[in-house]
Design a protein around this ligand. Structure first.
Ligand SMILES: CC(=O)N[C@H]1[C@@H](OP(=O)(O)OP(=O)(O)OC[C@H]2O[C@@H](n3ccc(=O)[nH]c3=O)[C@H](O)[C@@H]2O)O[C@H](CO)[C@@H](O)[C@@H]1O[C@H](C)C(=O)N[C@@H](C)C(=O)N[C@H](CCC(=O)O)C(=O)O
Ligand SMILES: Nc1ncnc2c1ncn2[C@@H]1O[C@H](COP(=O)(O)OP(=O)(O)OP(=O)(O)O)[C@@H](O)[C@H]1O
Length: 514
C-alpha cells in the first residue's frame, strides 16, 4: 500500500525497546525490511507488517498472511501463525510509533497546528487553513472531521471518517502531504485520539485548547469527565507552543498541563475583554466584539503582553461566519497563523472568507424565516447558537429541529432539551443517527427536559418531513435552526449508513420557492 517508505525488523525492535513496549520478538534475523504496513487484512499486500488490534479475530491474521503479510504485531501471540510476530504491551502505541518511523517522521517536515476542545475545532481549523493558504500559496494540509486535504488536486481532498484518524492513516496522510509539497498541517485532535493512542509520540508545533464542557462521556467513550479532560490536556503536553482560551472553564488545570512541558514564554492565553475569568492568569491577547449580526461579526484584537505584541496581530477583523462563539475560534486561528508567519492582511482575508460546511450556514427566504443549518449537537453548542440568535432577533420565533445520536453521547439528550427549553419557542424532535436505539425514545428523553407547555414540541420521525414542516410554516422574522447533522449524507441506523439527502441539501431546495 505505501511503496515509498520502509522499515527493518531491527528498526522496529529499537523503537519498541526504547518505549518499553516489547514483550517478545519471534524473528531469527533482524535485517528483513518491510515494504508495507497495514491494520486491515483487506489492505495487506506483499511483504507487509500487519497490526492486529482492537476487536480482532484470528481469521483476519489468516487473511493477512494470504494477502502477503510477512510479519505481525500484536498484544497476543498467535502460535499457529506461519509468520513471526512482535508481541507488544500496547498495540496502539506501538502502531503509532512504527507508522511514524515507517514514513520517515513526516511531522518533522510539516509544521503542525493542532486544535482540541469540545467545540470549535473544525471551525478554528478551517479559519486557520483559510489564512495560511494565503501565506503559503494553498499548501496547507488539513485533517478535520469534515475533510482531509493532503495536496492541491481534487483527488487529494477526501471525506474524513473520524475527527482524528487512526495513527497509521494519520502518518500516511502526513507523508502524502509532504510528498505533495504541502508546507503545513492544521489538524483536529479529539480526546478519543489520545484515549486510543492514535497520536502517540506525535508532537505539534502549536497546540490550542479551545474549551471543555461535558460531552463524549459514556459507553465506548470516556468513563468520567476527569478522563475526558485528562485526554484533551495531552495535546498541550505534546505541543511546543500552547494557546489557551481564558473564557472557558478549568483554566487552572489546563494551564498547569501546558506548563508541565512548555516554558511560560511559549504559552499564550487569549480571552474576551471584560469577561470574568476563572483565575487571574494574565491574558496575552484580548478581543472585543465590535459588531454581531445574523450574518457576520467584527472583532478587535489587542495584544497585552510583550510576547503577544511580537505577533503583530492588533487590529479589527471581520468574521464571515456568524455566532459570537466564533469570535474566540477566529482569535485562536489568528494567533496560530501569526505564529506560523501569516501577515495581518492574510489573517483579515482568511477570517472574512472562511466557510465551514454545516456550521452556521445561512439560508434566507423572501417570505418565510431565515434558516440556519448547524452541526450543534450538545448543550454547549446548541445553547451557544440559540443564545446568539435569540439576542440578535428578540422578536422572531426560534424553531429548532433536532434529534440525538443513539448508543453514544447519552447525556446530549438532556443538554439538547435544556438548550431548547432555555432559548427556543418551538421544537420538532426527529431522528439523528439512532444506531440501535429507538429514535422516538431518544426524542422523549430530549423532551423530558423541555417545558412543553411553553415550548411547542412535536415528534416527527422522518427528518426531511420535520425540516420541511418547520421551514414552510415559518414566518418572516422567524429563525429556524436545523441542528445536528450539517452535511452528513447518511443516517447511522442499526450498523448501516443509510443514505440521507443531508440537512443543508434539503434546506437549500426548500428555500428556493420561499
Ligand atoms: C467500535 C469502536 O469503538 N471502534 C474503535 C476501535 O476500533 P477497533 O480497532 O476495535 O476496530 P474494529 O472495527 O473492531 O476492527 C478490529 C481490527 O480488525 C481489522 N479487520 C477488520 C475486518 C477485516 O476483515 N480485517 C481486519 O483486519 C480492522 O482493520 C481493525 O484493525 O479502536 C479504534 C482505535 O483508535 C477506533 O478508531 C475505533 O473508533 C470508532 C471507529 C469510532 O467511531 N470512534 C469514535 C467514538 C471516535 O473516535 N470519535 C472521535 C470524535 C469524538 C471526540 O471528539 O472525542 C474521533 O476522533 O473521530
Ligand atoms: N467555541 C465554541 N463554543 C461553543 N459552541 C461552538 C464553538 N464553536 C462552534 N460551536 C458550535 O459547535 C458546532 C460544531 O462546531 P465545530 O464543528 O467547529 O466544533 P468541533 O469541536 O469540531 O465539534 P465536534 O467535535 O462535534 O465535531 C457549531 O456548529 C456550533 O454550533
Amino acid at each position: 500500500m505505501h511503496k515509498l517508505a520502509q522499515i527493518t525488523v531491527a528498526e522496529v525492535l529499537v523503537l519498541l525497546n526504547e518505549h518499553n513496549l516489547l514483550l517478545e520478538s519471534q524473528f531469527s534475523s533482524s535485517s528483513h525490511r518491510f515494504d508495507q504496513i497495514a491494520y486491515n487484512s483487506k489492505l495487506v499486500t506483499d511483504n507487509c507488517l500487519f497490526f492486529c488490534k482492537g476487536n480482532f479475530k484470528p481469521a483476519y491474521l489468516d487473511d493477512a498472511q494470504k494477502n502477503g503479510a510477512t510479519a505481525y504485531m500484536s498484544e497476543k501471540a498467535y502460535r499457529n501463525a506461519a509468520i513471526p510476530g512482535f508481541i507488544v504491551t500496547n498495540i496502539q502505541k506501538a502502531m503509532s510509533l512504527v507508522s511514524a518511523a515507517f514514513f520517515g517522521f513526516p511531522q518533522d517536515k510539516l509544521p503542525t497546528i493542532a486544535y482540541t476542545g469540545t467545540k470549535g475545532k473544525t471551525t478554528s481549523a478551517y479559519f486557520t487553513k483559510a489564512i495560511l493558504d494565503q501565506t503559503y500559496d494553498r499548501r496547507v494540509a488539513l485533517s478535520s472531521t469534515i475533510n482531509t486535504v493532503v495536496g492541491l488536486t481534487s483527488k487529494d481532498v477526501v471525506k474524513s471518517n473520524l475527527t482524528t484518524p487512526e495513527s497509521l492513516d494519520l502518518f500516511t496522510n502526513m507523508h502524502q502531504a509532504v510528498e505533495n509539497g504541502m508546507s503545513h498541517l492544521v489538524m483536529e485532535v479529539s480526546s478519543q485520539a489520545y484515549k486510543k493512542n492514535r497520536v502517540y509520540g506525535l508532537h505539534y508545533d502549536v497546540g490550542v485548547f479551545l474549551n471543555i464542557s461535558p460531552d463524549h462521556i459514556g459507553r465506548n467513550e470516556h468513563p468520567t469527565f476527569a478522563d475526558y479532560l485528562h485526554c484533551k490536556e495531552q495535546l498541550l503536553v505534546n505541543s511546543n507552543i500552547c494557546i489557551l482560551n481564558a473564557d472557558g472553564t478549568h483554566l487552572t488545570d489546563i494551564f498547569y498541563a501546558a506548563k508541565t512541558t512548555t516554558q511560560p514564554e511559549n504559552i499564550f492565553i487569549y480571552g474576551r475583554a471584560s469577561k470574568n475569568q476563572e483565575t487571574d492568569f494574565p491574558v496575552d491577547i484580548e478581543y472585543r466584539s465590535l459588531a454581531d449580526s445574523l450574518t457576520e461579526n467584527q472583532i478587535q484584537i489587542t495584544a497585552k503582553t510583550e510576547k503577544a505584541k511580537a505577533l503583530k496581530i492588533d487590529g479589527v477583523y471581520k468574521i464571515g461566519i456568524p455566532g459570537d462563539y466564533n469570535e474566540g475560534n477566529a482569535v485562536a486561528a489568528a494567533i496560530t497563523s501569526a505564529l506560523m508567519g501569516a501577515k495581518p492582511t492574510e489573517i483579515e482575508y482568511g477570517l472574512a472568507n472562511t466557510t465551514v460546511p454545516g456550521r452556521m450556514e445561512i439560508y434566507q427566504t423572501k417570505t418565510h424565516g431565515t434558516v440556519y443549518v448547524d452541526y450543534a449537537h450538545n448543550y454547549g453548542s446548541l445553547h451557544s447558537v440559540l443564545d446568539f440568535l435569540k439576542k440578535q432577533a428578540p422578536t422572531g420565533k426560534v424553531t429548532v429541529i433536532t434529534g440525538s445520536t443513539g448508543d453514544k453521547g447519552i447525556d446530549r439528550r438532556e443538554g439538547l432539551g435544556k438548550a431548547i427549553d432555555e432559548s427556543a419557542d418551538q421544537a420538532y424532535l426527529t431522528t439523528d443517527d439512532p444506531a440501535t436505539e429507538d429514535p422516538k425514545q431518544i426524542a422523549k428523553e430530549i423532551a423530558d427536559h423541555i417545558d412543553t407547555s411553553r415550548v411547542a414540541t412535536t415528534y416527527i420521525p422522518d427528518r426531511k418531513t420535520a425540516i420541511t414542516k418547520a421551514v414552510t410554516e415559518s414566518q418572516k422574522g422567524d429563525l429556524v435552526v436545523v441542528a445536528g447533522k450539517g452535511h452528513d449524507p447518511y443516517q447511522k441506523i442499526n450498523g448501516k449508513n443509510v443514505p440521507y439527502e443531508g440537512d443543508a441539501a434539503i434546506v437549500k431546495n426548500l428555500v428556493k420557492g420561499l
